[in-house]
Design a protein around this ligand. Sequence first.
Ligand code: COA
Ligand code: MG
Length: 328
Amino acid sequence: MWALPPFLARGLRCHGIVAGSKDWHKAVMIASTDINSSTVRLRRSVLSVPAGNVRALEKVPGLDCDAVIFDLEDSVAPEKKVEARDNLRRLFKEKPLQGREIIIRINPLETDFGRSDMELVLEASPDAVLIPKVERISEVQAVADMLSDAGAQDNLAIWAMIETPKGILNAAAIAGTDERLQCFVVGLNDLRKETGVPPQPGRTYLVPWLMQAVLAGRAHGLDVIDSVFNDFKDAEAFDAECAQGGAMGFSGKMLIHPVQIGPANRHFGPDPQAVKEAETVIAAFAKPEAEHLNVINLNGKMVERLHLAEAEKLVAKARTIAERKKTS
Ligand code: COA
Ligand code: MG
């Protein structure tokens, strides 16, 4: 049977996407808007919250992050997994988590923990389920099949952690697995552990692997989220790493602490000067004389129609952020 390639299907499904349909989740709205029929999704700041930490869970409704990963995996001790799932059930029932994307990170599916986590995912219907330590296509496929077999909505997405040597090497194949797959999250703590590359300013020896993950994800229309930065008290080094991540093409950063949200939003959000320039590009292409031109001269600089699409995306992103500020 003829089928759209996953990245095209994914793009189409994203138009007008709304969050999960379960009662507790009705009030959740994805941070997105429509401009010229393209949907803009913000994933600048993706905060990980250990599901076993009630105090941290209670803080979530008041935080200005674009997405929250409720973690059932590595931040939760084995003997706390049941309690952590119960915490999430309670939180989702009691507190509508408006205005951000909700993700649950499960344990590997081949463990009992992972299978119980998937039961919670099916019950809670978050925006996405995050699979840890993905190394093979079959791991994404298994979760996709479980979701489909259980009748999960098409817009319940899959995110994949790319955090092992095999994960990096197979990232291109993994990225094209399934149309539910929307996002890669790179994890450097595990990758450093397995490769022996120590933390270093500038991440010199890790950059090629990071770029490989970005390229693989982008080739299939995925967003790619940069790794956590552990030293949350070191604001200067965090700033530098966010700037680097933005320059490398990441959509945002996975965070471990609320103090990291503001800097991540700033670094991965549109630069005001770039937004101004984008508006100039849009205005120039809107002129009647540009209607049939694919390339124009804008104050001595060549601008192509592909730049128009980029400019529209940037302006839409800035508008989404401004609208969210107004309503929060
Ligand atoms: N989400 C929400 N709230 C958080 C938070 C998080 N990730 N991390 C810290 N907070 C809260 C704390 O509960 C605390 O709240 P309080 O003032 O009401 O007591 C406040 O922010 C200040 O926290 P602080 O005292 O600076 O840190 P901490 O000792 O409580 O926590 C960590 C430090 C690293 C243990 C904690 O930030 C954490 O667990 N982060 C996430 C780890 C994770 O998800 N790992 C897996 C992915 S790599
Ligand atoms: Mg990990």
